[in-house]
Write a protein of this length. Structure first.
Length: 330
C-alpha cells in the first residue's frame, strides 16, 4: 500500500505545473472522477457534459470544452447555480415529482427565450447604438454645427405631454436684443441649442423649425418674457402655461415680491456661496465670445440654461396640477 502511494506521489511530481493546478482544483471542488483499474492517473470529470477525461487532457473528449482552471471553475459555478434553482423549485408541490433534468431544461429554455426577447428589444438596439452608455446614468450628446452647438441629455424623469421651454437673450428689450439660446424639455430629453455666430438668421431658422415640431402645450417660467421675444424676433405667437403664475399670486397675497426661479428651486452653489452664472451675466459672456471665440464661454451660457430648465421641470413634476397649485399650497 505504501509503495502504491509513493508511485502516485511520483506521478504527481512528474506532472506539468498546469496539470497540477487543474488536478488540485478538481480535488478541491469534488469533481475528480474515480480512479479506473489499470490506470495510474486519476480522471477529471467535465463540468459541462460529465465526461471522464484523463488528467493530462487539455480538451474534454465529450464536448471539447477546454479543461483549463478558468473554464472548469466557470462551468462549475453555472452548474452549482442551476442545482440551487432546481432545489428551490422542487420545494413547490407542482415540481416535487418532476425529474431534475426536466426542471433544468425548463430553466435553461426560459433563459434562452428571455435572451432572444431581449436581443430583439428596442432597449438592446439602443445599447448597440450607444455602447458607452452606462446603466442608470444620465447620457449627454454634443452636436456641433456651423452656426450652433446642441446638447441633448437623457433624463430620469419626463414630461408626459407638451414641452418646457427657456431662452437666453442679449438683453431685456425684445426689439433691440436677440435670442442666443433655446432650450427645451420634451419627453425625457433636455436639449439646449446655442448660437455661435453673429448672424442671427441661420440660428433663428433652426430653432423655428425645431419649435414647430414640439408637442403642445408649452410651459415656461415667467412666460411673458418668452412670448414677447418669440413674437418680435421669430414672428411666432407663443402661448404657454406660466409656471410662475401660482407663485406670483401667492406672493401677492402674502405681500412678498415675485419669486425668481432660482429662489423657488436653488442650487448647491447658492448654499455654499460659490460663484455661479446668472441671467445678468449672459450678455457679457456672449459679447466676450464674439470678441475672442472661446467656446467655453458658450458652455457656461448653456449650463445656465440647462439649470433653469431643470428647475422648471422640478415645478412641473412636483406640482403637476398648476391651476390647482394655490389650493394645494393653502
Amino acid at each position: 500500500m505504501g509503495e502504491e502511494k509513493r508511485e502516485r506521489s511520483g506521478d504527481y511530481e512528474r506532472m506539468p505545473p498546469a496539470f497540477k493546478v487543474l488536478l488540485d482544483f478538481a480535488r478541491e471542488r469534488g469533481i475528480l472522477g474515480e480512479e479506473k483499474k489499470g490506470t495510474e492517473n486519476p480522471t477529471i470529470k467535465c463540468p459541462r457534459c460529465g465526461h471522464e477525461n484523463p488528467s493530462e487532457a487539455v480538451f474534454c473528449g465529450g464536448c471539447a470544452l477546454r479543461l483549463t482552471r478558468e473554464e472548469v471553475e466557470r462551468y462549475t459555478r453555472i452548474h452549482e447555480s442551476l442545482h440551487e434553482m432546481v432545489s428551490l423549485l422542487k420545494e413547490f408541490p407542482e415540481f416535487k415529482d418532476a425529474p431534475r433534468w426536466i426542471i433544468e431544461d425548463a430553466i435553461l429554455e426560459g433563459f434562452r427565450k428571455a435572451l432572444v426577447e431581449f436581443v430583439n428589444s428596442p432597449e438592446y438596439r439602443e445599447k448597440l447604438r450607444h455602447p458607452d452608455k452606462k446603466e442608470g446614468m444620465v447620457n449627454m450628446e454634443v452636436i456641433k454645427h456651423q452656426n450652433s452647438i446642441t446638447t441633448r441629455t437623457e433624463l430620469f424623469v419626463s414630461i408626459p405631454q407638451g414641452a418646457l421651454i427657456d431662452i437666453e437673450t442679449t438683453g431685456l428689450e425684445e426689439r433691440v436684443h436677440e435670442i442666443i439660446t433655446f432650450g427645451f424639455v420634451s419627453g425625457n430629453r433636455l436639449s439646449v441649442i446655442q448660437r455661435k455666430v453673429k448672424d442671427k438668421q441661420p440660428f433663428y431658422d433652426e430653432i423655428k423649425d425645431i419649435f414647430n415640431k414640439l408637442s403642445r402645450p408649452f410651459y415656461a417660467y415667467n412666460c411673458e418674457f418668452e412670448e414677447k421675444f418669440f413674437k418680435e424676433q421669430l414672428g411666432i405667437q407663443l402661448e404657454a402655461t406660466d409656471l410662475m403664475a401660482p407663485w406670483r399670486k401667492l406672493a401677492e397675497r402674502k405681500t412678498k415680491k415675485w419669486p425668481k426661479l432660482e429662489e423657488l428651486v436653488s442650487e448647491p452653489e447658492m448654499y455654499f456661496g460659490v460663484t455661479r452664472i446668472s441671467a445678468k451675466d449672459i450678455p457679457t459672456l456672449w459679447n466676450a465670445f464674439l470678441s475672442g471665440g472661446d467656446e467655453k464661454l458658450l458652455e457656461m451660457i448653456m449650463k445656465h440654461n440647462k439649470a433653469d430648465l431643470l428647475r422648471g421641470l422640478y415645478l412641473l413634476v412636483q406640482y403637476p396640477h398648476l391651476y390647482e397649485l394655490g389650493k394645494e399650497i393653502e
